[in-house]
Design a protein around this ligand. Structure first.
Ligand code: FE2
Ligand code: FE2
Length: 317
């Protein structure tokens, strides 16, 4: 049988007692052999046995990936703080949870090259995040606060990296900085109460004022935590600035707004409009670009919007 029918799953993500009842396979000399059927629970003895034989990955049928993704989503925040899981495995867990959301930001199935590129950039980013305690803690706080913010953050990070990859010649380190900043751009929302996040459409003036503080609060917290690069911090702080100076927190205008933050505003808006959110249905990408186009000159830099639009609609790939 061919490899595309099976997906690897790090042993670290398979928790005895919690893992869903699906069949697991091991790979031996290129063949996939049934390890346990769906009607048998994965036990602590299984885990130990596989560890003794230095098995790092098991495989699931690709048709079972929806169940696996749901399991990872529900357990992500607890998996990320477990001290018995090494950083490499945490990176794999993060990547596996995030990979599906990357695909969701493309509504045209023929954009395979972009999807593959995004996944590869995401794999590097998640590996980096899992090895850096500050970034991992911040991401863990996001996942335990609200799962939509995690999904949204992953999508903005993937799109930001793709846009930078297509438009600018960034080094690997610069790309990671862009990715980390984008992944944590809404980190400040963790300081808000859950109630507020669940009712995005009906905010009073006071509540809106609180939500707006997520940029500055996120920046201050991550800045004092210490290890984030300048570009990452800029994205967190300035992703709600507007080209005409009417944004927040600083009211920066035009090219006073750093390029990375201007692009973050574009990717943030685009991802929010084109994915299902609480109380908002996703709209098609062409429609989102049309609506965003009407904001050129007020919210967005005309030249950058043109280049962003070309990337997401596949004209520069
Ligand atoms: Fe935001
Ligand atoms: Fe956002």
């Amino acid at each position: 049988m061919k490899n595309r029918f099976y997906r690897p799953l790090s042993l670290a993500c398979i928790s005895p007692g919690y893992f869903p009842d699906i069949a697991l396979f091991i790979k031996n000399n290129g063949n996939f052999i049934l390890y346990k059927n769906h009607d048998r629970k994965f036990t602590e003895a299984d885990r130990q046995r596989l560890e003794w034989t230095s098995t790092q990955f098991l495989y699931v049928r690709s048709g079972d990936m929806d169940v696996v993704t749901e399991y990872l989503e529900h357990n992500l925040d607890s998996l990320l703080v477990r001290s018995d899981i090494d950083s490499g495995s945490k990176g794999t867990i993060l990547y596996q949870t995030a990979a599906n959301y990357v695909t969701d930001i493309f509504d045209e199935p023929d954009k395979t090259a972009d999807i593959i590129r995004c996944r590869s950039l995401m794999r590097h980013l998640m590996k980096y995040v899992s090895g850096h305690e500050d970034a991992l803690k911040a991401l863990q706080a996001i996942t335990s606060q609200n799962h939509y913010i995690f999904t949204h953050s992953v999508q903005v990070a993937a799109l930001m990296m793709l846009v930078h990859d297509r438009l600018f010649a960034l080094t690997h380190d610069e790309m990671i900085d862009v990715g980390v900043g984008s992944l944590l751009h809404d980190f400040g929302l963790v300081f808000l109460s859950g109630d507020l996040l669940d009712k995005p459409d009906a905010l009073s003036a006071i509540e809106y004022h609180k939500v707006k503080q997520h940029t500055q609060k996120g920046y201050e917290h991550l800045h004092s935590a210490g290890t984030l690069g300048e570009v990452s911090l800029t994205i967190v702080r300035h992703h709600h600035e507007k080209y005409d100076g009417s944004g927040y927190p600083s009211g920066l205008k035009g090219d006073q707004i750093p390029r990375s933050a201007q692009l973050a505003a574009l990717c943030d808006t685009f991802c929010a409009m084109t994915t299902d959110r609480p109380k908002h249905n996703a709209i098609p990408q062409t429609e989102a670009l049309k609506i965003m186009g009407e904001e050129v000159g007020s919210s967005f830099n005309p030249e950058l919007f043109k280049r962003f639009e070309a990337v997401v609609s596949g004209k520069t790939a």
